[in-house]
Unconditional design. Structure first.
Length: 242
């Protein structure tokens, strides 16, 4: 270490690095649709480039939040193709002329069934349209916007093509309907599977770390550690590991 670097300089350097790690990824949760789905706007603080995860509806509300922060929307990310998560994808992508990434290709049948999903819920999702992903996502892929890179985890069970987005530096994940605070995703939909969902949570998400915060598709945020300790469906005690 050069002798010219004094204690003050080291302290400043450490503060600067920590500050950069903390502020590089920003997010705002936007509650949309009658199901109060947690559409999430992520953005890079350095470039103002942004991505919207799961624009299920209330497109004008989403546009207002993007404008409020002075952001440049560059892509839409989809965890899975249930209508409350993906209903406004087509219109939002067309409005901003941006690409759609996700979900996994195994959710194509849910995309094809958007019209059927609309009929099931009456007029609540009358705006919803079928969309065409520019890129399906696989385990091990990454998605990026600005200087942000998020890892992709393939986590089927709630739907067969569900993916999760994870930002390692921030220890923050957007998990869609895989896991909730005190609960897990439903598996009684077509091609849902309970054992597969539990495996996705225990083998893909929990190993990322107890201190990882996550944004679920509905309800409040939690941490993987909290759910591993106390979630009645997928905790260590619930699955018999302790």
């Amino acid at each position: 270490m050069p002798s010219s670097i004094n204690k003050w300089s080291l302290s400043y350097m450490c503060w600067y690095i920590t500050f950069e790690e903390q502020v590089m990824l920003n997010h705002e949760i936007i509650s949309v649709t009658p199901f109060e789905q947690n559409c999430t706007l992520f953005w890079c603080s350095e470039t103002k480039s942004a991505a919207v995860v799961d624009p299920g509806g209330d497109i004008e509300k989403i546009k207002k939040v993007i404008s409020k922060h002075g952001l440049i929307l560059v892509k839409i990310l989809i965890t899975h193709a249930h209508i409350d998560h993906a209903g406004a994808t087509h219109d939002l992508a067309n409005h901003y002329e941006v690409s759609i990434e996700g979900p996994h290709k195994e959710d194509q049948f849910w995309i094809d069934g958007i019209e059927m999903q609309k009929q099931h819920f009456g007029g609540a999702f009358s705006y919803a349209k079928k969309f065409t992903p520019n890129r399906f996502l696989e385990q091990g892929d990454t998605v990026s916007f600005g200087n942000i890179v998020m890892e992709v985890y393939f986590c089927p069970g709630h739907t067969p093509g569900h993916v999760v987005f994870f930002h390692r530096d921030s220890k923050l994940a957007q998990v869609g309907d895989v896991l909730f605070s005190g609960s897990i995703g439903r598996t009684d939909f077509p091609r849902g599977d309970h054992a597969t969902l539990i495996n996705s949570i225990r083998k893909k998400l929990f190993p990322l770390g107890d201190d990882v915060r996550f944004i679920p598709g509905h309800g409040p945020m939690s941490t993987f550690g909290q759910e591993r300790r106390s979630n009645p469906h997928v905790s260590d005690r619930a699955v018999g590991t302790r």
